[in-house]
Design a protein around this ligand. Structure first.
Ligand code: PAN
Ligand code: ZN
Length: 187
């Protein structure tokens, strides 16, 4: 049988720009993140229309067994002493995992299991993060430039934001980054 040839989808590794098929884009501004940052007073003082992050993903099929591919671009910034971050979520289908790949910028991936145990992984160009099932995840930009990360996840995973309505158990501030650097240094 004669094969059919398809031009591939493409990501520019340096910028995270996707092309080759129609995209779905969603932007999240500070005003959308009510209750997400600990310092509510500081959050109220910011311009609510300021973009915190945007997600671009291929408009792919969403059936059982299909995969979504998308890039999150997370701006640098802080609310009080807390870095700009994504809202974060468990997958609605808890058992479904995801893979993140760091593309540009520097930051952290905050992971939290269902018992509330947290851990952090450094995100940097080339880093690979295998997020197991039953694990909530949030990107945090600890740098001065845009943090971009590519993600691949099951189309049927869904997003459960409500389970984290009271927030993650760990607040990430410059103090956290200093502590982490010290731990890495001490092995
Ligand atoms: C990512 C996230 C993206 C935005 O594509 O959806 O980084 O974060 P929130 O969904 O928490 O606002 C992903 O993890 N998909 O499953
Ligand atoms: Zn996810």
């Amino acid at each position: 049988m004669k094969p059919t040839f398809h031009p591939p989808l493409n990501v520019d590794w340096a910028s995270g720009v996707l092309c080759g098929a129609p995209l779905i884009c969603k932007t999240t501004s500070l005003g959308d993140l009510a209750g997400v940052f600990a310092d509510q007073e500081s959050w109220r003082q910011h311009d609510p229309s300021q973009t915190v992050y945007s997600v671009e993903m291929f408009d792919s099929p969403s059936g059982e067994g299909e995969l979504y591919v998308g890039v999150t671009h997370l701006n640098p910034g802080r609310v009080g002493d807390e870095y700009f971050m994504t809202r974060g979520h468990f997958h609605a289908r808890r058992e479904q995992g995801e893979v993140y790949f760091g593309l540009r910028g520097e930051g952290l991936l905050l992971l939290q299991d269902e018992q509330g145990q947290t851990r952090l992984e450094r995100v940097l160009p080339g880093s690979i993060h295998i997020i197991p099932g039953f694990t909530a995840h949030r990107l945090i930009n600890t740098g001065d430039a845009v943090l971009s990360a590519l993600a691949v996840w099951p189309s049927q995973a869904g997003h459960d934001y409500a389970a984290l309505a009271n927030g993650f158990a760990l607040k990430v501030t410059p103090e956290t980054v200093k502590l982490m650097a010290k731990e890495v240094q001490n092995g």
